[in-house]
Ligand binder design. Structure first.
Ligand code: NOJ
Ligand code: CA
Length: 674
């Protein structure tokens, strides 16, 4: 956010520009075309009779038909009519940058940019800028509002951006403005049925066989963009309002988040798209201290009713349980431990208690400093938990002291949670994904960075790639995860996520439940599929979510995969997939020569032929294959698993059968050539 000095400087620059430009000669009927570096994607921008619109094509086929741009403000006339082009600039960028962690070590940022400096032809004579970037993988654009004398603080009533796609195309969406935030099952329906707002990424299979996902990048200080058909049947941005109906209050200069259209030739092509991250800025400080992590948790034992968050005989986060779990971490080779229910707030009605929860007061049977010291001695990082229930006022009053407290104990990871249906901010009930919600998430992220703390945010704001700028945001939830097992998750869910939610970044899905047949939380999954998730659902923090005894006593051979699988990747090769049906991906470890492959299917069995042509030339690999047994089935025989070992080279294929609700995981360990 610009500080006072920066704003003053920008205002000065804006005035200088206005002076230089003078009263622009109206330039009407302008048409500009920008192509992607491979020339297949074309963006057309048209200024006709003062109205600006854009459209997008791939290989000559329409991706986005003519779509409007502009704003409505409180106390000002709308911006978007009566425009004239003052100046247009173009540039091309082709750079490669290194990630701190993630699905790729190096990412190429390659685009052609067009910037339009516009001015109104009316007496208001306001200025605004539109910046477009055209990549091989899609298009990003944003509005930039420079400071100007009579127009410096604005209340945005509506953003008019449209995305006119073929209405008969199928789409996969979750509803917006709902009490469970992003935690819904995806619905497949034609775009013409999207008359209620949906969250992005909104993935669409166009009738001309291109696949697109509409989303946004770099969401700061603004309401999240949801999408909905307007009364004219245009798919339009619907910015999440504040409690008084205003979409965002901003001071100029202000740049909106990037509006993003990812474009691919196939569903699997969509899953290797780095435009969102490329539209975010590099970090401004050193984040080399950030460490991706695998962790156990005092957690699933609560979900299956063995332990409780609340105090009492079965209290989960007691000192003795924590020490037991730290010992288990050491034995299992897992470097992190999540501690839920350690502090005040869980007794009685925890959803109401959030108003006054104290984030510095451990439960009487939880010696947090003692646990932290024991964890440090054993090389285990604790993940502290903050369940705010959305009571942001209460949380923000303690934010600095709560983070400082963890930092003083050497706790370098926090899982904040916002389980309420709304947030309570400045005494009002606000949507999690409103501008005030976005500002809160950002405040806690920046404060965490100050204390060198990494976050795994539950009930978060959706991902828009800001982890490029703040890599201490290691992961987030923001979709239905395994805690919804026990009836509310179907096997197709994990076959939809890679093409929708995961386009916005990694997810803490909490994989690795081995106690699949548990009466309280019966999973719709086979055992092999639990391993697949570590590859199909990337996350900078990856949980081994079950209780340690299931790993150590029940299935130690199966657990080996969880111990071996990394959380940080050198590169990723999505191999095949159909939205809601199946998905297979291969990823190379960032710290070794090993490759890992994961695959999942929906409620139908599916056979795949997995190619290995990305392996090193001339090298042989030991393939450790964890696959569904021929008799496996997520309902009848979920534990049926086969572990096989074979030697392969890049010339081989692996034929793998996935059971209904099943999956597979493979480790390819490179053999020494000597
Ligand atoms: C919802 C979170 O997703 C879950 O992980 C957590 O255990 C509960 N809230 C309680 O904080
Ligand atoms: Ca949740």
């Amino acid at each position: 956010m610009a500080n006072y000095e920066n704003r003053f400087f920008a205002l000065f620059k804006g005035l200088a520009l206005l002076k230089k430009v003078g009263k622009p000669r109206p330039v009407s009927d302008v048409e500009k075309i920008v192509s992607s570096p491979d020339s297949r994607v074309k963006l057309k921008i048209t200024l006709r009779q003062g109205h600006l619109s854009y459209s997008i094509f791939k290989d000559g086929s329409t991706i986005i038909g003519t779509s409007k741009l502009g704003f409505k403000f409180k106390n000002f006339t709308p911006l978007g009519d009566h425009l004239a082009l003052v100046r247009a600039t173009e540039k091309s960028v082709d750079e490669t940058w290194e990630t701190v962690w993630g699905e790729e070590h190096f990412i190429r940022d390659n685009y052609n940019e067009l910037t339009l400096y516009l001015s109104e032809t009316t007496k208001e004579n306001r200025l605004f800028t539109l910046r477009f970037r055209v990549f091989d993988g899609g298009v990003g654009f944003r509005y930039e509002l420079p400071p100007q004398p009579a127009f410096s603080r604005v209340e945005i009533e509506d953003e008019l951006t449209e995305f006119n796609v073929d209405l008969s195309s199928d789409s996969w969406s979750i509803p917006a403005y709902q009490p469970d935030r992003y935690e819904y099952n995806y619905e497949k329906k034609p775009v013409y049925e999207l008359d209620r707002p949906v969250h992005t990424p909104l993935t669409i299979a166009l009738k001309n066989n291109y696949y697109i996902s509409l989303h946004e990048a770099a969401l700061y200080n603004y309401g999240e963009m949801t999408l909905k058909l307007d009364e004219w049947k245009a798919l339009k941005s619907d910015i999440t309002p504040l409690s008084d109906g205003i979409k965002a209050r901003v001071e100029l200069p202000f740049n909106t988040p990037w509006r993003l259209i990812m474009i691919a030739d196939s569903p699997i092509g969509l899953t290797k798209n780095h435009v969102m991250l490329n539209l975010n800025d590099p970090p401004v400080e050193d984040f080399s201290w950030v460490r991706p992590l695998k962790f156990l948790g005092i957690w699933w034992a609560m979900y299956v009713g063995e332990w409780t968050w609340a105090s009492g005989e079965r209290h989960g986060a007691s000192t003795s349980h924590a020490l037991e779990y730290i010992d288990a971490c050491r034995r299992l080779g897992i470097k992190g431990l999540l501690l839920e229910g350690w502090n005040d707030g869980w007794d009685g009605d925890w959803l109401e208690n959030g108003r006054t929860t104290n984030f510095l007061r451990p439960m009487p049977d939880c010696d947090l400093p003692g646990i932290a010291a024991y964890a440090a001695k054993n090389g285990v990082s604790l993940i502290g938990h903050h369940e705010t229930v959305g009571f942001v006022d209460n949380y923000e009053a303690q934010l600095d002291s709560a983070y400082k407290y963890y930092a003083s104990l050497g706790i370098e990871y926090i899982k904040p949670g916002y389980a309420g249906s709304m947030m309570s901010i400045q005494g009002n009930r606000e949507f999690h994904h409103s501008q005030l919600g976005v500002l809160h998430y950002q405040k806690s992220l920046e404060l965490a960075a100050k204390y060198h703390i990494c976050l795994d945010v539950h009930e978060p704001i959706k991902g828009t790639g800001i982890e490029r700028t703040f890599p201490n945001l290691l992961t987030r939830e923001g979709a239905r995860g395994q805690e919804y097992e026990g009836g509310a998750l179907s096997p197709s869910h994990a076959c939809i996520l890679p093409f929708t939610r995961l386009l916005s970044g990694g997810m803490d899905y909490t994989p690795g439940i081995f106690d699949i047949k548990n009466d309280v939380k019966r999973l719709s999954s086979t055992l092999a599929r639990q391993l697949a998730y570590y590859v199909t659902i990337p996350s900078g923090m990856q949980m081994a979510a079950d209780r340690p005894r299931f790993y150590e006593e029940v299935n130690p051979d199966v657990f080996k995969f969880i111990r071996d699988v990394p959380v940080n990747w050198e590169t990723s090769h999505p191999l095949m997939g159909k939205i809601g049906e199946y998905y297979v991906v291969a990823r190379k470890d960032r710290d070794s020569d090993d490759w890992f492959i994961g695959g999942v299917t929906n409620e139908n069995a599916h056979k795949v032929r997995v190619s290995l042509d990305y392996l090193d030339d001339g090298a042989s690999y030991t393939a450790e294959i964890y696959r569904d047994h021929e008799t496996a089935h997520f309902r009848d025989n979920p534990l049926g698993i086969k572990i096989e070992t074979t030697t392969v080279t890049k010339q081989n294929f692996l034929d793998i059968w996935m059971a209904p609700g099943g999956g597979f995981a493979i480790r390819l360990k490179k053999n020494n050539t000597e």
